[in-house]
Design a protein around this ligand. Structure first.
Ligand SMILES: [Fe+2]
Length: 344
């Protein structure tokens, strides 16, 4: 394994000035060494130092090195910690190892001993990093593979029903925009983006005649159509990394008054993300040509949704989402005008 460059940061925590200085002198040619005399100071500087390994004294006047080690372990830290002690005891050794200490150094120590243990610890830390990278890359590749397969499935639905072509993509983009404007965090925005993209995936299991019927559906046909949210749920359920999108796929047709499907959830029992998507889904359905209606202009679509507040749509949230859709619509119009003027 390649030796890490001098940029590898080492933190030394020891109340004994002599020990701190000798460790600094031994390590400084190869590593960037930061020293501190107590745990409180170390905790404050951890974020800025970003140590890749720590030399930690067990016995210090204010707080115990073993407590610090336990804290690191409960925070799932992977930084290798080397305990330093002048009085090794079986008890301390066992407690240190049980709490994830990487190694144990007894004072007085030799420079070679310190350099060897540092190299070993950084080698270990590097391997952990590489393993995490590998796992992350594999996860990304699996996700990529999943999304290209999904894209093919969605295109199959689009091909069955040209009227809804592009619906999933539009709804996904608008959902991510709305989530951002509602100050949701990065991962919540992604959940809405992907949940919205896949929300109608279950339509793959609905017959063409029902899907493309140019008039209103009979009760029996509507029953078949309604199954798409449960079918979609079953398609997505085995995929671990899509877990958080499941409520969106299953519940995007629930109504605020409990008269939606598939579970008849009511009010705040409807998952928040599903409530958001139901508004955006309706907006896109109203503003595009469908088998059973011509597209409505933006303003009319917003009015129709507003009329559905308290019955189909959640109050307050719907007003907020419509205000965001208004901004999205205006930005889209401005973009179109710019593109048009560039074309002429
Ligand atoms: Fe749907």
């Amino acid at each position: 394994m390649e030796q890490l460059t001098k940029s590898a940061n080492i933190l030394v925590i020891d109340d004994d000035l002599g020990v701190r200085e000798s460790l600094r002198i031994i390590l400084r040619d190869k590593y960037a060494v930061s020293i501190t005399s107590n745990i409180d100071e170390a905790l404050v500087s951890m974020d800025s130092i970003k140590p890749e390994m720590i030399f930690l004294d067990i016995k210090m006047p204010k707080s115990n090195g073993l407590d610090f080690l336990k804290q690191m372990r409960s925070a799932n830290s992977t930084i290798p910690v080397i305990m330093i002690t002048a009085h090794p005891s079986i008890e301390n050794t066992i407690t240190s190892l049980r709490n994830g200490a990487f190694d144990f150094i007894v004072k007085p120590f030799q420079p070679e001993e310190i350099l060897q243990v540092a190299e070993k610890a950084l080698h270990y830390s590097n391997e952990l990093w590489e393993r995490d990278m590998l796992v992350n890359n594999l996860r990304k590749a699996a996700q990529q593979h999943f999304f290209s397969t999904t894209e093919a499935l969605l295109q199959a639905i689009d091909a069955k029903d040209a009227y809804t072509a592009g619906h999933s993509k539009r709804v996904s983009e608008l959902s991510a925009f709305v989530a951002k404007e509602l100050d949701r965090n990065e991962s919540e925005i992604e959940v809405l983006r992907y949940g919205a993209y896949l929300h109608d995936i279950g339509k793959i299991g609905v017959g063409d005649l029902v899907l493309t019927k140019p008039s209103y559906l009979t009760q029996e046909e509507f029953y078949l159509m309604k199954r798409h949210s449960e079918i979609g749920y079953k398609i997505i359920a085995p995929i671990k990394f899509m877990e958080k999108c499941l409520p969106i796929v299953r519940h995007h047709h629930e109504w605020y008054n409990g008269k939606g499907y598939p579970d008849g959830l009511q009010g705040s029992d409807i998952p928040f993300e599903a409530s958001i998507l139901s508004i955006i889904d309706a907006y896109d359905a109203l503003t595009t040509d469908r088998h059973y209606h011509k597209k409505y202009p933006h303003q009319k679509a917003c009015e129709i949704i507003t009329q559905g507040i308290h019955t189909q749509f959640t109050p307050t949230l719907t007003e907020k989402v419509l205000a965001i859709i208004q901004r999205y619509h205006e930005a889209g119009k401005q973009r179109e005008q710019r593109e048009e003027s560039l074309a002429h």
